[in-house]
Design a protein around this ligand. Structure first.
Ligand SMILES: NC(=O)c1ccc[n+]([C@@H]2O[C@H](COP(=O)([O-])OP(=O)(O)OC[C@H]3O[C@@H](n4cnc5c(N)ncnc54)[C@H](OP(=O)(O)O)[C@@H]3O)[C@@H](O)[C@H]2O)c1
Length: 311
């Protein structure tokens, strides 16, 4: 099968196209023929020696990628049969290996793809959608009527977070630059704020929750806007405690977060996708041969919605 491995050359990690044998299945796994892969900032961070790279660097071959949609071609699980169309977040945080024509996946990480949605839409609605769902529902415990500020509301995680927060009955304010104002409002946000202006400071205060996908200066600007005993959820923090410490020192609860592959949460996501509660926005589809193009788009920091790779 064709696959893209991460190879270290003169201290620089590079994506290399290669031929590999089909993966062997363990009990409880299924072999999925990949139809679409979602690309995320964590792919680039890991490629560049950060993100999950320290955990994976001894793996050989090391294959990036964590979200996919595809067709089951062999099954060692009672959950799925050959021919089933499935999607999900594979082995996160761990070795996902979705940059390949075939992927051995724990059956528990996947759910059936809704028949009314394409493989592109399903692949798009995995890592970023789960991140939004798990952080808002499990961590933030967002409730109807609460006021939430979602930073980078036009991005992969943010555009799902706006839709989920609205579905849960929250009052949603989303940030992006001016060019994405209409997009953020089209997702259902009650208000849009341009982060390049001082609208953030001038407009709304007393947020119950701030969901941050940006970090740095955005954190300093957000902390004064959160009500006492409100919550700041930092999505890009990883293992770094700086943001949560800063929030806690300012009398609000600072929480950091890592998305996890999870069968039950994926069932909710699949249901939302099937019902149209979640509508993935795919701004770019690139061919498997053009993976660097997909990475360059994510590296811009200005992707709207999701970037998908087609196989
Ligand atoms: N902890 C976890 O488990 C987890 C899971 C998923 C993602 N993440 C992390 O979360 C971050 C976001 O991921 P993503 O997939 O949503 O990224 P993304 O899709 O690449 O985000 C791009 C969006 O960010 C907006 N943006 C850029 N700078 C901004 C600013 N200063 N204020 C507000 N919006 C801004 C852009 O809008 P404009 O073009 O209008 O500027 C663009 O639409 C990444 O660091 C990622 O690694 C962590």
């Amino acid at each position: 099968m064709r696959a893209i491995i991460l190879s270290r050359n003169k201290n620089v990690n590079q994506l290399i196209y290669t031929e590999l044998l089909l993966p062997q299945l363990k009990e409880g796994e299924i072999l999925v023929q990949t139809k679409a892969i979602g690309i995320n900032p964590i792919d680039l961070k890991t490629k560049n020696g950060k993100g999950i790279y320290p955990m994976l660097q001894e793996e050989n071959p090391l294959i990036l990628g964590w979200e996919l949609s595809g067709v089951v071609t062999r099954s060692r699980s009672e959950k799925f049969d050959e021919g089933d169309e499935v999607f999900g977040l594979i082995n996160f945080p761990g070795h996902g290996k979705t940059y390949a024509e075939y992927v051995a996946c724990p059956a528990s990480d996947l759910v059936k793809k809704p028949s009314n949605r394409s493989h592109f839409e399903a692949a798009a609605t995995s890592l970023a959608a789960l991140t939004a769902y798990q952080s808002l529902v499990h961590l933030g415990e967002l409730k109807s009527g609460e006021k939430i500020l979602i930073h980078a509301a036009s991005g992969g995680v943010g555009h799902f977070a706006v839709q989920i927060a609205k579905h849960l009955g929250a009052y949603v304010v989303g940030t992006s630059s001016e060019k994405n104002r209409e997009f953020v409002l089209s997702l259902g946000a009650d208000k849009h704020l341009d982060y390049k202006t001082d609208a953030l400071e001038k407009e709304h205060k007393d947020y119950d929750i701030v969901l941050d996908m940006v970090g740095g200066d955005t954190i300093d600007r957000s902390i004064p806007l959160i009500k006492k005993e409100g919550v700041l959820i930092s999505i890009p923090s990883g293992k770094n405690d700086a943001v949560t410490d800063k929030a806690n020192k300012n009398g609000i609860k600072g929480l950091k977060f890592t998305v996890q592959s999870d069968e039950n949460d994926m069932k909710v996501i699949a249901d939302y996708l099937q019902q149209g509660i979640l509508k993935p926005h795919i701004s770019k589809i690139v061919e498997f041969d053009a993976m660097e193009e997909a990475h360059a788009q994510i590296a811009s920091g200005h992707t709207v919605g999701k970037v998908i790779v087609r196989l």
